[in-house]
Design a protein around this ligand. Structure first.
Ligand code: DLZ
Length: 207
């Protein structure tokens, strides 16, 4: 029997062309994170969001996501992070003030120039939590989900909940479309991108 789970298509098509979207992702469980970020970027592009309007920021773990989202929203009038253009060009997952991967440690970090820019219309927080043998998982899942909700309600900027809370490695891999079984599963990054474009469009209309 097929599953009844998953999002129904939106009643109208939303245009991503005018939107500026940030992706804030953790680096724990990187194989899964990389697939999710790639799926998210691909879907944002498919929905019309310009590469130069997709900004990507990484943080160590999921616990760091809420503060990073809040700071990225607050500073979104200036250029921050690596853009999807950087990502697709191989300079992936750069940080706001740290040297790009591959650059020499002695090379100064590129200056964050205070170029006026359009505020972010939505932020997608991506993390992968996989249950271990302690209570760590439960505490982080709980605090991160509540804090991300708080960020969106406090700022009025949609924050998309792209945090996998998986009970096993296989669950996480399947939800990133890279499952080890017969079915590779589905990349949830695509759903998060669609949700971001829809919520950002609503948010612009609602004011
Ligand atoms: C410490 C930790 C553990 C055990 N597991 C995960 C995980 O599965 N996914 C994740 O995103 N982060 C994990 N972390 C790191 C915490 O989120 C956080 O980065 C550290 O506790 C430092 O605050």
């Amino acid at each position: 029997m097929s599953s009844i789970k998953g999002p129904a298509p939106p009643p109208t098509k939303f245009d991503g062309l005018p939107l500026r979207i940030a992706i804030v992702h953790s680096r724990w469980n990187k194989t899964v994170i990389d697939a999710l970020v790639a799926g998210t970027v691909a879907k944002l592009r498919e929905q019309g969001v310009k590469e130069s309007n997709i900004v990507i920021q990484s943080v160590p773990g999921s616990f760091e996501l809420p503060l990073a989202c809040s700071k990225v929203i607050a500073g979104s009038h200036v250029q921050a992070g690596a853009t999807a253009t950087d990502l697709l060009g191989g300079l992936n997952f750069g940080s706001m003030n740290s040297p790009r991967p591959g650059s020499r440690a002695s090379t100064p970090a590129p200056a964050v120039t205070a170029m006026p820019s359009q505020p972010f219309d939505a932020v997608i927080a991506i993390g992968v939590l996989i249950k271990g043998s302690t209570m760590h998982f439960e505490y982080i899942c709980d605090s991160v989900s509540h804090a991300l909700m708080r960020v969106q309600l406090d700022t009025g900027v949609p924050v998309i909940f792209g945090v996998l809370t998986a009970l096993s490695d296989d669950q996480a891999l399947e939800r990133a479309g890279i499952g080890r079984g017969e079915s590779k599963g589905h990349n949830h990054g695509e759903d998060w991108a669609a949700a971001a474009v829809e919520m950002a469009s609503h948010s612009r209309r609602w004011g």
